[in-house]
Design a protein. Sequence first.
Lengths: 683, 683
Amino acid sequence: MTDTDTGKTGPLVIFTPSGKRGRVDPGTPVLTAARQLGVDLDSVCGGRGICSKCQVTPGVGEFAKHGVTVAPDALSPFNSVEERYDRIRGLKSGRRLGCQAQILKDVVIDVPPESQVHKQVVRKRAEARDIVLDPAIRLQYVEVEEPDMHHPSGDRERLLAALGEATGLAGIKFDHHLLPTLQPVLRQGKWAVTAALHLRPEPTVTALWPGFHEGGIHGLAVDLGSTTIAGHLVDLVTGEVIASSGLMNPQIRFGEDLMSRVSYGMMNPSGADEMTQAVRDGLNRLFDELATEAGIDKATILDSAFVMNPVMHHLFLGLDPYELGQAPFALATGAAQALRAAEIGLDLAPGTRAYVLPLIAGHVGADAAAVALSEQPHKSDDLALVVDVGTNAEIFLGDKSGVMACSSPTGPAFEGAQISSGQRAAPGAIERVEIDPVTKEPRFRVIGSDLWSDEDGFAEAIASTGLTGICGSGIIEAVAEMRMAGIVDASGLIGAADKCGTERSIPDGRTHAYVLWQGDEDSPRILVTNGDIRAIQMAKAALYAGARLLMDKRGVDTVDRVVLAGAFGAHISPKHAMVLGMIPDCPLDKVTSAGNAAGTGARIALLNIGARDEIEAVVHQIEKIETAVEPRFQEHFVNATAMPNAAEPFPHLASIVTLPDVDFNAGGEGGGRRRRRRGQGDS
Amino acid sequence: MTDTDTGKTGPLVIFTPSGKRGRVDPGTPVLTAARQLGVDLDSVCGGRGICSKCQVTPGVGEFAKHGVTVAPDALSPFNSVEERYDRIRGLKSGRRLGCQAQILKDVVIDVPPESQVHKQVVRKRAEARDIVLDPAIRLQYVEVEEPDMHHPSGDRERLLAALGEATGLAGIKFDHHLLPTLQPVLRQGKWAVTAALHLRPEPTVTALWPGFHEGGIHGLAVDLGSTTIAGHLVDLVTGEVIASSGLMNPQIRFGEDLMSRVSYGMMNPSGADEMTQAVRDGLNRLFDELATEAGIDKATILDSAFVMNPVMHHLFLGLDPYELGQAPFALATGAAQALRAAEIGLDLAPGTRAYVLPLIAGHVGADAAAVALSEQPHKSDDLALVVDVGTNAEIFLGDKSGVMACSSPTGPAFEGAQISSGQRAAPGAIERVEIDPVTKEPRFRVIGSDLWSDEDGFAEAIASTGLTGICGSGIIEAVAEMRMAGIVDASGLIGAADKCGTERSIPDGRTHAYVLWQGDEDSPRILVTNGDIRAIQMAKAALYAGARLLMDKRGVDTVDRVVLAGAFGAHISPKHAMVLGMIPDCPLDKVTSAGNAAGTGARIALLNIGARDEIEAVVHQIEKIETAVEPRFQEHFVNATAMPNAAEPFPHLASIVTLPDVDFNAGGEGGGRRRRRRGQGDS
């Protein structure tokens, strides 16, 4: 509890929940008292009783905790402004307008959350950082001096003077595109106007409305992935997401993966430009959808934040990603970009700004920076490994003493690509798998239903979606369960039916496959082939090798905790990930999911201007490791192709799971030698 | 002569013409010594022997004035860089490259004008301020660190670091439009690059060339008049005008004068937009012409400065001038505009900036601000009246203790409009007139010939142009000469032939006209009608009344000097102007012409960044007088319709010219009463 010495002898005012207190002159409006005492009480209209942002709830009676008794007449009675406001727009019972109610006697005043400028935005995960609402853009209502031919000055200049006085900000600038509408807007509002001020890099008027603007202002947080684009439309006054939508990245027609898009740019003279246009067109469609879904005027979208990997970054900004396709992976720019949305072809209001988070390195993008912003490894007390699992895995290792980052080329297997029955995570896809270690019979769950396949009603439950394939988390669980059930050995080889003890192992060319689902008239047979296992081994080995490389650099053999980020990361079971050896051994309860941390980071950057400074500073401090040229990366990769690993001990895993000591290579199956050379984990 | 204490005991170096001197360590390059001693020596390449901007001329022998003897080996001999430069590009005899020549012994070094950063640009008029070359834009050659995958950073970031180091400037920004070409440019230049830095409002890279850029950089100074647009293409390295051109303002098709254009905008929904487009199209044509005429690459035009009246200002910036058509004449903005040329539809390089000088008031424009910048009334020791004569006259009265300004609606008569035989100043127009006070016979000169009409060979001399009409300066001289010859009286009435003593006075409706030229088969008869005289009286009365109003406000009856600005002002004869009473009485040798001071002011703002600060400050300090609402303006106007004036004494004029005391109203000619009511000066 702070007690501010105001040098006054008038009534004592105590604000809750801040606990700030001090004496003010009798008759001081509550809003003025709040400002004198440094209390966070909002006001857009500057105390004119128009915006109602400064609503407060005065207490009455005995406040033992604060040592005051509040008389019923501690505040001045309702005045005409409050009466009019209550009559026309309605004031909640017990509420007062802080700009009108005057303090006459000692009083305790509660500032409800919605009246705080820097409101806290609720995040669902307990371990996540709080987001404090402090966006780059704010509204300010002002009354502008009328023109006087004896003291000629421009309407723009008088508006800026009024804004400077109301906000205390110096050197406010004015977007040129607003000039043509300025004179009509001022006259329509009878010299009252609401301005949107974008505060970075210098305070700038970016939108104007006549009179008091009721429609709010909005922002976009966009995670621009190689495969999908996810956008959130956010209310910049409440901080709430009011619409979310996604679409396939239209660049997919130029190449499924990033390197094939880089190649398309190299092979076609206007290839990079076509891809830039495609992604911008897609974004513009997405923004229209979001505005329609939320039922807002698109012209109120005034800020936006974007995250993406380096290749998408360059294509989005209109840069040829050619140099990113080859060492030394030179970025045209890696710094955060503060642009006008129109400069990068976005069909938003002309004053709308676009903030692009900084890149970390040639392979570690703004999406990774956003993960760092969301997960804060640089503020961690214990040593955290943060992995954003996608087509590339971005990996951070560190704590508050320092953070390292690298990227590892996992490929698309984790997203269901390169898997014989693989598909994206969508209704109809197998997402969870269990295999009985005795009977070696499987059961599974399908996206769209909560029932396991051996439960009553399963067939009916999936009738609408069908059973169409297996998604990334499904194949990971299937492979891990097969390993735990002794159907597959450490090297990744599936045993023949007689060796592994189940007729579900069937010959498949020179290797074997495990029949996860026999199929029926409505759905195909779903196998886990040895090729599928090989693809998962390659992907998880790349992920592990990247993490292990950072651990080498840090000089450690274990980490305190693991955070799995990425929409896919949210669905990975920690135990199965560890059976595969995707992540370093650690206590299972220390493996957590951060959900779509990149998207969250974009939302944080949209909502909190200080977070932009923070991440710009953090990316400079992060030590970047280029896996492609680290000799030990290959060695770690080779060891990590085994499940869980040919060289590293996994003591925590061993304490909860005993993996069958099987080896299906002894039988001299085809391809065994090849596998042994690459796997080396089956001895 | 300054002697800088460098704390060193090595050889003494004296730079001329600055006289700066000090001791340096033996072996110090001349460029380094110049920087240590604060000598203005240019260098774009930062001492790499590439740009040759730092050329100097060392002296040899006895320098009694400086008290040193310079040995032949005072500087190090030619090194390989200088030898190569001399072989390939040639070094003038006696010259050295300042970045290569090292100081070994006491030496006197002359910095030639072209090696100074802040060169002086020659102005022809002795009384004019000097223009010091210090443009908003500069070139800098740098070598950029190559990318290193172990220390990933963007090419842009490494370029900015190199520029920051080379220039000492902090926080250099980078135009987004350059990003797509940055990577190819750096690689084409083998990591050497020349950047154009625009210094306002913060240093920003606005153009890039691979390697060392040889093509120079250019700027445009544009005077955007209601009738004509004049553009100068300026070399920003030398400060010289390399091409000048003009065109009719294409807006003329929407209205000859400004108020008819304002009306066009009011009457037609997209009228203002059409006029904006017309003037921008015209400017783009002009810029193409200028670049072609000078033979330069238009992409090297990187800066521009614009001056114009308030209505043209608004139309140029895309603003509806509606409010300027009525009190209180509210400007949308009057502040100086620092824009990108592309923002206002100019087809220049994407990084090109446009600086628009500030307006002074609703009727006093950026062209007037440019006149103030050129003529500097705010720095005058004596009381100066500065008049920019055009369709409106902008008038300044003041000295270094303070300046007032107003605008007065003279109308287009001074430009030859509303005159029976009037035309613009062009070949074939009568520009000078003399009338013999005894014979009352005229002689005149025609634009395009130096001969008077009574000289031998005149007919041949004007054969090619013909004799087509009379321009503004011609009609002023004609009317003044008619007044001096007693053909017209103080009220402006032309006497009948018998009253004024010449058969050249012929009846013309209810009044008379004077036959200036009888005409022949090739040319029309040219009369000065009483209507012409009336038009000149109205125009000159408006001009005088504005000046007199400022004198009232200042509390003076006389001024120390008069400056006539404007292309037309350059051609007005001071004596004739004073006979008419256009300007207040003062010694004739104190009436000077400033030529196209508005255009000069635009060029000053283009060439000197400090001048932009200066004029932005000065326009705030100027006291603005709105003539339209000053009651005394009308009184001064009525008095000033007489020639020279019905109320004011003109003692200096009286001392050199005796005006005939004639009065042609007594004869009861038609219209006399009407004229008396308006003129009142004929008593």
